[in-house]
Ligand binder design. Structure first.
Ligand SMILES: Nc1ncnc2c1ncn2[C@@H]1O[C@H](COP(=O)(O)OP(=O)(O)OP(=O)(O)O)[C@@H](O)[C@H]1O
Ligand SMILES: [Mg+2]
Length: 320
């Protein structure tokens, strides 16, 4: 930049710049422009990473907080429930013994009272209904426990951002449970899982990728009901996961921009346009790649492929 600054400082001579000086000037400007572009790239990379870690951290914290708060009360409800079931069994046994003893009651008034009460309270119905109420409630509690477990798996609070060898299918399944509400009214999920070895990854971040892709797929369904197909497999040293929908598809113009931060076609408040850019960053961090094929009106298929064994990059710390 020296030549440029020098010439600009001597403004009165600008008209007398020789061709040679002009060439040097253009060369310097081109170089400066290139340097700026590199810097700009680094800046936007850093910005992406920052946004990614912030979004992940807040979702993870929320999930972990909710899971923790619900875990304790559910724990004692579940345990008390077991005891209550046992007690009810005892009470029913006792009731049966009383009923059998009824015929030996000689006092007509006492007998009439018992029979009246039994009719009034509809004991025959209670004997049938109580076990089924208990069964349904137990099922409900078990489902809540499963949700809490999924939230914990999803946020991986205990493990904290360590590279781990995990079963990706489990990660996808627990993520599916988390987003079940977004999907169940819009699409049927078809799992075409292949055989996968354990894959070395940052589990909560990979779950975040699956979450983004699954939610996007559900949002893309415009028909009454669609299908989301999840396929997995191994190719060479990589494990791959495909999430395909038969939704609206993506136009070729948009296809070039979907991984850009803040690019969204969703209404204000519905999408921030960060999902895919975050996912892109995460997959890159894993040394993998994310690709997409899409046809308007037919649907889209996102494919994530990451190495089964993580190769740490030079500047990367052992954990992040
Ligand atoms: N499966 C898909 N089918 C059709 N369009 C899609 C699909 N996935 C992504 N897109 C398009 O890519 C855009 C960007 O997706 P991205 O996940 O980055 O952001 P978003 O879903 O709009 O918002 P959010 O930050 O909440 O995820 C979407 O707005 C949508 O237009
Ligand atoms: Mg999204």
């Amino acid at each position: 930049m020296k030549t440029v600054q020098h010439l600009i400082a001597r403004q009165e001579n600008l008209a007398e710049i020789s061709e040679e000086q002009l060439r040097a000037l253009v060369k310097e400007l081109l170089q400066a422009n290139q340097d700026l572009q590199v810097l700009n790239g680094k800046l936007s990379d850093a910005q992406n990473k920052l946004m990614q870690s912030e979004k992940l951290a807040s979702i993870g914290q929320l999930a972990a907080g909710v899971a923790h708060e619900i875990n304790n009360p559910i724990g004692f409800i579940f345990s008390n429930f077991g005891t209550l079931e046992q007690y009810l069994d005892d009470v029913f046994q006792m009731l049966q013994a009383y009923e059998q003893a009824e015929s030996s009651i000689c006092d007509a008034a006492v007998l009439a009272n018992i029979r009246r009460l039994r009719e009034e309270r509809d004991i025959a119905y209670l004997k049938e209904d109580i076990p089924s109420l208990m069964h349904e409630s137990k099922d409900g509690i078990q489902r809540v426990r499963k949700i809490v477990q999924d939230l914990k798996d999803f946020s991986r609070v205990d493990a904290r951002q360590e590279w781990e060898s995990i079963n990706l299918h489990q990660g996808i399944d627990s993520t599916l449970n988390i987003v079940n509400n977004e999907i169940k009214y819009k699409a049927d999920v078809v799992k075409a899982y292949g055989v996968l070895p354990d894959v070395q990854c940052l589990p909560s971040e990979m779950n975040q990728v699956f979450l983004n892709l699954l939610v996007n797929a559900a949002h893309a369904i415009t028909a009454e009901r669609g299908t989301i197909t999840i396929r997995t497999g191994v190719e060479g040293d990589n494990a791959w996961v495909e999430i395909e929908d038969n939704g609206a598809g993506i136009t070729p113009e948009n296809l070039q921009r979907i991984f850009d931060p803040f690019f969204t076609t969703k209404p204000v408040g519905k999408g921030t346009g960060l999902g895919l850019s975050l996912s892109y960053g995460i997959v890159q961090k894993h040394g993998g790649r994310i690709s997409v094929r899409s046809e308007v009106g037919k649907g889209s298929c996102f494919r994530v492929s990451i190495p089964v064994h993580h190769q740490p990059q030079a500047q990367e710390p052992a954990t992040s």
